[in-house]
Design a protein around this ligand. Structure first.
Ligand code: ATP
Length: 145
């Protein structure tokens, strides 16, 4: 069966790479995109959100924040502004970032600061939501639950 090579990279590092992937679910700028092998070529910008990679019945979750995705029939390349695998998400750092952003938003009137604080709040919420979803998913997989 056809497979996809997937590379998720930032300017700093390779976040994920695999050449036996069955499906990629990505946060495209205008909505969620499901990519199977032999997909028509496309290039799109990405929103902030969860990126899921399915391989042999397993799923790898990541978060990505902006950037580009290039799809060819046998390859998906994601160049993200920032990206983490779900197990790398530092939830207390994201909690701190969320509190900081909420404080900024409640205190400040300046549009520039407000937009930056709102973007920071969105990133923190995506990280926390994705980490939480993964934790509750793990719990439900425990035998007898
Ligand atoms: P903070 O205010 O905590 O720095 P941020 O949203 O401003 O968060 P980004 O600009 O999105 O941070 O990312 C900067 C770098 O730090 C990137 O390499 C990103 O992957 C990493 N990073 C940011 N927050 C976290 C987190 N909660 N867990 C793991 N890595 C993180």
């Amino acid at each position: 069966m056809a497979k996809l090579t997937v590379e998720v990279v930032t300017g700093e590092r390779i976040v994920f790479t695999d050449d036996e992937v069955d499906m990629v679910i990505a946060p495209g700028a205008s909505g969620t995109l499901g990519i199977l092998p032999n997909h028509a070529p496309l290039i799109t910008t990405l929103a902030g959100g969860e990126l899921r990679v399915k391989k042999s019945g397993q799923e790898y979750a990541m978060v990505v924040f902006g950037g580009f995705m290039e799809v060819t029939p046998d390859k998906v390349i994601i160049l993200a502004d920032a990206a983490e695998r779900v197990e790398e998400i530092d939830a207390s750092r994201a909690e701190d970032a969320r509190k900081r952003a909420e404080d900024e938003i409640s205190k400040r009137g300046a549009t520039e600061d407000l937009a930056a604080a709102q973007a920071s709040l969105r990133r923190a919420n995506i990280r926390l939501r994705t980490a939480e979803r993964r934790r509750s998913g793990r719990r439900s997989e425990l035998p007898g639950t």
